[in-house]
Design a protein around this ligand. Structure first.
Ligand code: MEV
Length: 319
């Protein structure tokens, strides 16, 4: 059996603007997805997921692929089978600690783990860049024009300043850095939120352009502040980022409420993270104050949880 695991992510600044070529500051987190893959004689792709149930797909794309759910995973497995010119099939088991539709990169972490475990099971000798490309086959099915930030951080771990089509730049962050997350409890589809921003780009060009410029500057300054462990500046920039994202129309009343409650609880900064519309906020706190801020988030109706920034990207092994 071939296993691979990959982390989820938190975007500290640059969601949405990254789709339009601006930088994005993103960290891998201590929640991971695991894919376990075996080659089977039957020419089918069987997927068994702890969160999305089980489904059998043909090795040739067909009606079973309609809709969301497990179809993006099947398309990655199918591309791997094609790459290996294999006539047999794959059984894929998936377990994930990352909540779905919460802006924490659950789909990319699953797709990277699946791409890696399938390629190892089929003895494809893929580079990290090839695995990113294979996982992106599924991301393109799941989202509208994905920037690639989620797949790249799931693969590489740590923190990166990502730019679409640009070279990957590692970002420095304080050792042992913790993040407080607050789930609004309402899931949302990334594709819908990306479409909302695309519509704004058409209907209000100047507001769109101003928001992009603001977020781009915030991201660059936040990356520099993070590298210097200047967490007070990181926090203020997070708040500004949240306001710019609100102008883009991707916040919600409950996300604003959670951000406000985190700040009332003395967080250094907080913002929505990921595509927005629902999902999670992220807050940073002075070291040791994570539980206090969590309580404020809970008091505002959110579900808090504390994660660490994780240096570990994708990992593979077999037994
Ligand atoms: C999703 O994690 C981040 C977005 O910027 C979409 C993308 O980058 O593809 C909203």
């Amino acid at each position: 059996m071939y296993h691979s695991s990959a982390p989820g992510k938190v975007i500290l600044s640059g969601e949405h603007s990254v789709v339009y070529g601006h930088p994005c500051l993103v960290t891998a987190i201590s929640l991971r997805s695991l894919a376990s893959v075996e080659v089977i004689p039957e020419g089918i792709i069987e997927i068994i997921s702890d969160k999305l149930g089980s489904q059998i797909f043909n090795t040739v794309e067909g009606p079973s692929d309609e809709g969301q759910g497990l179809a993006p995973i099947a398309s990655v497995a199918r591309s791997a089978l094609e790459g290996a010119d294999a006539k047999n099939g794959l059984r894929i088991r998936i377990e994930s600690e990352i909540p779905l539709g919460a802006g924490l990169g659950s789909s990319a972490s699953v797709l990277v783990a699946v791409a890696s475990a399938c390629s190892n099971a089929l003895s494809l000798k893929l580079t990290p860049g090839d695995i990113a490309e294979l996982a992106s086959v599924g991301e393109r099915r799941a989202h509208l024009k994905p920037s690639g930030v989620d797949v790249n951080i799931a693969l590489r771990g740590g923190a990166i300043l990502f730019r679409r089509g640009g070279p990957l730049e590692r970002a420095e962050y304080p050792k042992g850095m913790k993040l407080v997350l607050g789930s609004s409890g309402s899931p949302r589809r990334t594709a819908d939120m990306v479409k909302r921003v695309a519509d704004l780009a058409e209907s209000s060009r100047d507001l769109f352009s101003l928001s992009m410029r603001a977020i781009s500057g915030i991201t660059t300054r936040m990356s520099a502040a993070l590298a210097e462990s200047d967490m007070a500046s990181v926090g203020s920039l997070m708040l500004l980022n949240h306001l710019a994202l609100s102008l883009l129309g991707v916040s919600s009343e409950s996300l604003d409420k959670l951000v406000n409650s985190a700040i009332s609880g003395n967080a250094l900064g907080a913002k929505l993270t990921g595509a927005g519309g629902g999902g999670c906020i992220v807050a940073i706190t002075p070291p040791g104050d994570e539980q206090d801020v969590s309580q404020w988030i809970e008091g505002a109706g959110g579900v808090p949880f504390v994660v660490s920034v994780s240096a570990e990207g994708m990992r593979s092994w077999s037994d």
